[in-house]
Ligand binder design. Sequence first.
Ligand code: BDR
Ligand code: CA
Length: 324
Amino acid sequence: MPEGRYAVLMDVDTGHDDAFAVLLAARHVDLLGITTVSGNAPLPDTTANTLKVLELAGLSHVPVAAGMDRPLVAPPRHAPAIHGRSGLDGPELPAPRAAPDPRHGVLFMIETVRAHPGCWIVATGPLTNVAVALRQAPDLKTRLAGISLMGGSTAGGNSTAAAEFNIYFDPEAAAVVFESGVPIRMVGLNLTRQALVLDPEVARIRAVGSRLCTVAAELLDFYNRTAREVFGRPGGLLHDPCAVAWMIDPTLVEFQPMHVAVELTGARTRGMTVCDYRFERGTPDRLRGHAGIEAGQAPNAEVGMRLDRDRFFDLLIATLASYR
Ligand code: BDR
Ligand code: CA
């Protein structure tokens, strides 16, 4: 992985936790722009939410382009139970002064990556835009340094028992991305379950007293309430900032290489990421030639396994406090 500051195009379906990912990225990476995708809410809402978050943070110069308004094959299944009807319910957010970039998000993604070879995509929503861009412009595969995505899980889902929301929303797109050959860092539910945000963190954010931190605390009040109602958990999971955090401090997330395949046909497992972590390090060669053991495929992703929770929240809260 490269040393120093990363150049990043974000692809989001903003979303409470996407909002925190954007705020984290804008302070610590070279944010080339943002594309939006249908996911937590319909595309017009995820685009408006993204523009509002940027307005709140004084980042309205960051270009935002609206991308795919539905999954490749599956019917769209948004997440109002978690994020509210707008996708970002809770406090009133400022009306954005900036309009979206006139280009389609997929074209914006293609042109941005071509103009910045060696950049990363950080994808915190369904992978529809990324898949279509890779299909339309296969040269992106060699121009990208990698894709850091929030999605999938080594163990259990949230949309279904087996599947995580971003992958379940558009499994066909996820399969294109995992099979693309682009280096992938997958931050899945198994990792983001460690990013549980509790009342003490919300209180620390509120105590900063700035406008942005007050709004951020109110967003978390809403998000934690729905997490309690829907999942019976004491707080929400800040999934999406984890896909950015490792770029800022590589010691925050421990990754393990493995082969990840997306299940497209299972009656109960559609959208599941089948993660082969039968070998701890290296190649699957050691699996060959043993009765009763199917050989695996070479790793196509580095998968987040452990998060340093306390230091992750220290970074996030210090970053939120830096917006005045
Ligand atoms: C993912 O689904 C969305 O609701 C969140 O924003 C996150 O990207 C977690 O499964
Ligand atoms: Ca998201």
